[in-house]
Design a protein around this ligand. Structure first.
Ligand code: IFM
Length: 468
């Protein structure tokens, strides 16, 4: 048996747009995502999140599942578009929908009464449409409202939130929305805008960090980084190595380096562009604005330079025909998690006063594919690949803990099958299967295995499923 430290957090994660099916937001299309999904051809399986898991009304039953699974931590996100569908009041104070505030207060109170540690994300990819119409995170006004919203909510939910997450995966957001163009606002190769978005996110994060702590000194505050090891397709090819370096420097290190030092700095040669230089430099209140390291880890990325596509130092991801991948096209690569915990993130283990930051894996999970309209039948319940993925990643974490790394919790993505952004409802990450047409919930085998690990606070390394 490999035991985890006493008090280790075992949890699961969700995000509002992916599960809620919030009737008010959907009927008024008040978020950029609600608008985006209503446009033809943007979502791979042509589904929307209009109902998703109906978590908005079904959450009391879904939270019961946490206890059945012996989990002691749960991650939600708050729906900014539903909290603030209108612009600020005359005079500048935030116009907040108090019914929506009460909705989350009830949810958090219920979680607390069950003794479950709460993780609350403020921005999980969805903007009020009125802000996205004015440039979204590229416009400094978004960062300003974000800070004020954090201040308001920290006051309202004081004592109900154990771990705040200001922004989820800022670089994944900037990449998908401004470089790949598959998420709103749907721009392609707009690197300057992507970098401006990152700078404003840093400003918003710093403001939120400060305001939350002014209201609640006890809560821990951070943001989540989607960390991906990048490997050169050919490690003897200097061009592939440049791509690996650039992707790692920007996707993995840009944000944490800025938080660590208090100043945003772009790698060479991005820093030669005058527009990028304007974005460089100190951000007030940013330094040390992370009480713990929140890591979302799924896979690695093998990348290469493509001479046929002109000079793009960020290159492209290569599809490796020889390795098995999940429904997202992602390889299972647990060694990458061990390496990042022991070798890649040590520069961020300590704050500037030498205090060690705890590390929490705030997302990690395996995707299968089943069409959204499936209801009954034995589809995917024996999810051995997810179990193998879960076990191998937990063993990697255990190895890192044994080497002295201070990992204090693990949140599996996701509790429920949900709406996987540009991929739609057919991509299933859930420990719990959701039959979307009937909304029936069924525990998968992985949920039972995870429940056992959480109950015993240990993983039985003599009883592992072989990777497939
Ligand atoms: O579903 C997403 C989540 O919203 C953010 N992190 C990655 C997950 C899987 O793609």
């Amino acid at each position: 048996m490999k035991s985890f430290p006493e008090g280790f957090l075992w949890g699961a994660a969700t995000s509002h747009f992916q599960v809620e099916g919030n009737p008010a937001e959907i009927s008024s299309r008040s978020s950029d995502w609600a608008v985006w999904t209503a446009c033809d051809g943007r979502i791979a399986d042509r589904t929307t999140a209009d109902r998703a898991c109906e978590f908005f009304s079904r959450y009391p039953d879904d939270l019961e599942l946490l206890s059945r699974l012996n989990l002691n931590a749960f991650r939600i996100s708050l729906n900014w578009p539903a909290l603030c569908p209108e612009a600020s009041n005359p005079g500048g104070s935030l116009a907040v929908n108090m019914q929506q505030v009460e909705h989350y207060r009830e949810m958090l109170t219920r979680l607390k009464s069950k003794g479950i540690k709460t993780f609350v994300t403020l921005f999980h990819f969805c903007l009020p449409k009125r802000l996205s119409d004015q440039g979204g995170w590229v416009n400094a006004a978004t960062a300003d409202e974000f800070g004020r919203l954090a201040q308001f909510l920290a006051k309202e939910y004081k004592g109900l939130v154990d771990y705040w997450i200001t922004i989820n995966e800022p670089l994944a957001y900037a990449y998908q929305g401004y470089v790949a163009g598959v998420w709103p606002p749907g721009l392609k190769h707009s690197y300057e805008q992507a970098f401006a978005c990152v700078r404003n996110m840093l400003i918003g994060h710093a403001a939120a960090y400060r305001y939350i702590h002014e209201e609640d000194r006890e809560a821990s505050v951070s943001y989540t980084m989607h960390w991906r090891p990048f490997m050169a397709r050919n490690k003897f090819n200097p061009a592939d190595l440049v791509v690996q370096h650039m992707r790692n420097a920007v996707f993995n290190h840009l944000f944490p380096q800025a938080v660590q030092t208090g100043s945003l700095k772009f790698p060479f040669p991005c820093n030669l562009y005058p527009k990028v230089q304007e974005l460089t430099g100190p951000i007030p209140g940013l330094q040390d604005s992370m009480d713990y390291l929140a890591i979302n880890y799924y896979t690695r990325d093998v990348c290469q330079f493509n001479f046929q596509k002109g000079i793009d130092l960020f290159g492209e991801t290569t599809v490796q025909s020889e390795v098995e991948v999940n429904a997202m096209g992602w390889e299972s690569y647990p060694d990458g998690l061990y390496d990042l915990l022991t070798r890649e993130i040590p520069p961020y283990h300590f704050d500037s006063k030498g205090q060690v930051r705890p590390i929490i894996i705030t997302e990690n999970g395996y995707a299968a594919v089943f069409p959204a309209d499936m209801t009954e039948g034995d589809w995917s319940l024996e999810d051995d690949q997810r179990i193998s993925y879960l076990q191998s990643h937990l063993l990697a974490i255990h190895r890192a803990i044994t080497s002295g790394v201070n990992v204090t919790g693990y949140l599996h993505w996701a509790l429920l099958d949900n709406f996987e952004w540009a991929e739609g409802l057919r991509i299933r990450f859930g420990l719990v299967r959701v039959a979307f047409p009937t909304q029936e919930r069924t525990l998968r085998k992985s949920a039972l295995v995870y429940a056992d690990i959480a109950r015993s606070n240990a993983i039985d390394s003599t009883n592992l499923l072989a990777p497939t």
